[in-house]
Ligand binder design. Structure first.
Ligand SMILES: Nc1ncnc2c1ncn2[C@@H]1O[C@H](COP(=O)(O)OP(=O)(O)OP(=O)(O)O)[C@@H](O)[C@H]1O
Length: 224
């Protein structure tokens, strides 16, 4: 089956303050519609790996493929476009623009991509908000909604360009248990019903246990 994301022998060192082999021969693939969590003790290299997978960090050896396309070695301009087009990202903190409306926040990545008219983008953004049951918040200022609602807006924003993979770095890290459950269910539905692939770094074992697959890291390696 075609892989949405694949790594082949990714290695990374930090050279300051001294040589530190932070990622060791990381090789794995993610299939369409697969919901995967990455777990491991603090400092084992999860965020460093996610930074590479999301194409933000290019200082590594080995190969990264997205949709069978070799990503390693591309220019920053190409990477920025690939990222915007194919990867949605949800963080622990939502990074919404506080003074903008919910709708405007969701529309931003599509405006940046520049492939659709403003009317189409607005329509798509409304659809994403409805899908996440926050359509009624479209005109609210982002600063005026609850933490759980903000995270759903951040998910809508991550989905606006219909990415092939959604990545999360502790997406429930700042939420109470009810809102964490909501986010888990949203992700599960996206995988099952829309065939979206999800890759989530989490410290939350209850969350990880219910994903399709757990990748466990230790000291920069994947435990087999
Ligand atoms: N820029 C850097 N320079 C040197 N060492 C770094 C740098 N960034 C991270 N590290 C080290 O690399 C290791 C892996 O860090 P990373 O943030 O990937 O871990 P993590 O598994 O995501 O941890 P956590 O669960 O606490 O977020 C840690 O020992 C960290 O101190």
């Amino acid at each position: 089956m075609k892989l949405v994301l694949e790594t082949r022998n990714i290695n990374k060192h930090f050279y300051k303050p001294k040589d530190f082999h932070v990622l060791k021969d990381i090789s794995f693939g993610i299939q369409p519609g697969e919901f995967t969590s990455i777990v491991g003790k603090s400092g084992c290299g999860k965020s460093t790996l996610l930074y590479i997978l999301s194409t933000m960090d290019t200082e590594y050896t080995g190969e990264l493929y997205l949709n069978d396309q070799l990503i390693t070695g591309k220019s920053n301009e190409e990477l920025s476009r690939i990222r915007n087009r194919h990867i949605g990202f949800v963080f622990q903190f939502h990074y919404l623009l506080a003074e903008f409306s919910v709708l405007e926040n969701v529309m931003l990545p599509a405006k940046k991509l520049g492939e659709k008219s403003l009317e189409e983008i607005e329509h798509d953004a409304q659809e994403k908000l409805k899908m996440l049951h926050i359509g009624h918040l479209a005109q609210q200022r982002a600063s005026r909604i609850s933490g759980g609602e903000k995270q759903r807006v951040a998910i809508a924003r991550a989905l606006i360009n219909n990415p092939t993979i959604l990545m999360g770095d502790e997406p429930t890290g700042n939420l109470d248990s009810q809102n964490s459950e909501n986010v888990f269910n949203i992700f599960k539905n996206l995988a099952q019903e829309k065939g979206l692939s999800l890759l989530v770094v989490t410290h939350d074992n209850d969350f990880a246990k219910r994903t399709d697959r757990i990748i466990e890291m230790e000291d920069g390696s994947i435990l087999k």
